[in-house]
Unconditional design. Structure first.
Length: 210
């Protein structure tokens, strides 16, 4: 069985925030919480065998919803996801099926420990997060991995001098990383957002998944 561990819901991040405030999100104190954090993180478990599914001129959102139902996964699909699946799909394991459909129709998926989120690649967001204190990329990634928030498919970069974080990925993923940093007082309540060729400055305050 394939097991994929990713970010927990925003509520889990909020519950952990107070604890991490005592030991420091990016310091050695985070190590002492690794066991409890890992226990809270819910994996996405997918069977190894071939995912049996036949498609004939079916809306891609219906295909993905049935994928979730068949595997017992809660799934949330963006309104910008569209397209019709025509003809036979290759015989693949569940993860391969999901990746194949997403690649064919310009989609991205992200699992937050409770819900499988599907969005269009056109919704991919880059956020520039100025930090109130410098940090090193390995420490940030290690802490996010212990929280099971980090997804290596979507890059996180540190700006010059460790004074900023640049994160790119689906909206839910990017917002969750921002929420986590914000709750530790790591970023001011204003960020720069890059979508396609446009740039905007936005005050923080939106909820993950809204």
């Amino acid at each position: 069985m394939n097991v994929y561990r990713s970010a927990g819901p925003l509520a889990r991040a909020r519950k952990l925030a107070a604890a991490f405030a005592l030991v420091g999100l990016f310091g050695g104190g985070a190590l002492s919480l690794a066991a409890s954090v890992s226990a809270l993180a819910a994996p996405m478990q997918l069977p190894d065998g071939i995912y049996p599914y036949s498609v004939l001129d079916q809306d891609v959102t219906a295909v993905l919803r049935e994928f979730g139902q068949n595997l017992g996964l809660k799934i949330k699909i963006s309104a910008k996801v569209s397209g019709t699946v025509k003809g036979k799909l290759p015989r693949l394991p569940a993860l391969g099926f999901l990746n194949h459909v997403c690649q064919m129709y310009g989609l991205e998926w992200y699992y937050d420990g409770a819900t499988l989120h599907i969005s269009s690649v056109s919704e991919e967001t880059t956020r520039f997060l100025p930090l109130q204190k410098a940090l090193l990329l390995p420490g940030l990634i290690a802490s996010l991995e212990r929280l099971s928030f980090y997804d290596e498919r979507y890059p996180i970069r540190i700006g010059a001098g460790g004074a900023s974080v640049i994160v790119t990925g689906p909206p839910v993923y990017v917002a969750l990383i921002e929420q986590t940093l914000l709750m530790q007082g790591g970023v001011p309540k204003q960020t720069m957002i890059y979508r396609g060729g446009s740039v905007a400055i936005e005050k923080f305050g939106s909820e993950v998944g809204q």
